[in-house]
Write a protein that binds this ligand. Structure first.
Ligand SMILES: [Fe+2]
Ligand SMILES: [Fe+2]
Length: 362
């Protein structure tokens, strides 16, 4: 949580105090000198650094941030006065260069550190950045300790997001080669899920819904059947009802999907693949989960997935029109589907209708 200082880090910060007592030969800087140095650094950073930059005191309290920093994290993310690990919402990840506190207190690492930090907020996408921390010294003498630090951030969110998307889209492409009757189904399921998530934003019952959630479900909903990549073709494409043993293998696409998606950094990926066939009353598969034990993302995808499957023409069924499909979803509210979410589905019926029509299969 954002306001919890990681206990280990808190302890390590106390270590910093002790360290200073031991190395008392390094003269502590006077407050005036410190502020003079900070002012100088501020001017330098402002003038020269397009990178988001912050100045930290020796206990890693943020003293100042430049304009690029403010632009990156937004005005709501007031940073000055907060402790570094408190400002970033995810635990600060130590890099291959080692632990943060060790890095910045050790001459061996040049009192510096390079690692990754992440910040989430409700109305913005998560920002993932590489952070380089460099020491600020008060005097050019060797053997002195840093009086503060400069942190320079490199926002890699867009590259990371793009890389992930490209990778998983290729995987989806491979899955589509096998399951060839899906057409635009998966794009439409993305759109329904995104639309429903949007309508839950800011509602107290759904605190997990933020900008990141909406963006992520709008991409990941399409991956719900990715596990079918492991389902034998003759079962996948069989016309007519499946034998009991075939049905068992078919159901395994949820488990296979969970396995495939487990490497995705957001757990929502795995949740959707694993849970999109669970039912509100516990009669679904693979684990008979019920009600709120089924993750919200999967409960949302289930509605979009079934609505769309009903609308589609399949080898074994004629397409239903919007009213018929809607009626079936409403009938199954509380048994198959989360009844509260069905309310939102009803409110959004024009959007469902429009999405299906816009992305209709030729
Ligand atoms: Fe499925
Ligand atoms: Fe589907």
């Amino acid at each position: 949580m954002s306001d919890n200082i990681n206990m280990d880090q808190a302890e390590e910060l106390q270590e910093l105090d002790r360290l200073e007592e031991i190395t008392a030969d390094a003269e502590p800087p006077t407050p005036a000198l410190l502020s003079y140095r900070y002012v100088t650094m501020q001017q330098k950073s402002n003038a020269r650094s397009p990178s988001p930059t912050m100045l930290l005191d020796k206990k890693l309290n943020i003293q100042w941030v430049n304009e690029s920093f403010k632009a990156l994290y937004g005005s709501q993310a007031a940073a000055v006065g907060r402790q570094l690990s408190n400002f970033f919402t995810q635990e600060i990840k130590d890099s291959r260069h080692g632990n943060l506190i060790q890095g910045i207190t050790s001459p061996k690492s040049g009192f510096s550190w390079l690692g990754r930090v992440e910040k989430k907020s409700r109305d913005r996408l998560s920002v993932i950045a590489n952070l380089l921390i460099l020491p600020i010294f008060d005097s050019p003498e060797t053997g002195t300790l840093p009086v503060g630090y400069m942190g320079i951030l490199d926002n890699i969110s867009a590259e990371l997001r793009q890389m992930l998307r490209t990778t998983y889209e290729s995987l989806l492409g491979a899955a589509r080669l096998k399951d060839n009757d899906t057409g635009n189904h998966i794009e439409r399921v993305n759109r329904y899920a995104r639309k429903m998530a949007q309508s839950l934003l800011g509602i107290d019952e759904y605190p997990e819904v933020d900008r990141e959630f909406i963006e992520t479900i709008g991409f990941l909903a399409a991956m719900h059947d990715i596990g079918k990549i492991g389902t034998p073709d003759d079962i996948l494409n069989k016309e007519g009802p499946l034998e009991a043993w075939e049905w068992e293998i078919m159901q395994e696409h949820t488990l296979n999907g969970a396995f495939i998606m487990s490497s995705y950094p957001n757990p929502m990926a795995k949740e959707i693949a694993l849970r999109h066939h669970e039912r509100w009353d516990g009669s679904g598969y693979p684990h008979d989960l019920s009600e709120n034990l089924i993750p919200l993302s999967a409960r949302l995808v289930a509605i979009g997935d079934v609505y769309d499957a009903l609308r589609m023409k399949r080898s074994y069924k004629q397409p239903f029109n919007h009213q018929e499909a809607q009626k079936i979803i409403i009938k199954d509210s509380g048994s198959h589907f989360d009844p509260s979410l069905v309310e939102y589905f009803i409110e959004l019926e024009n959007d469902f209708y429009r999405i299906y029509e816009e992305l209709k299969d030729p």
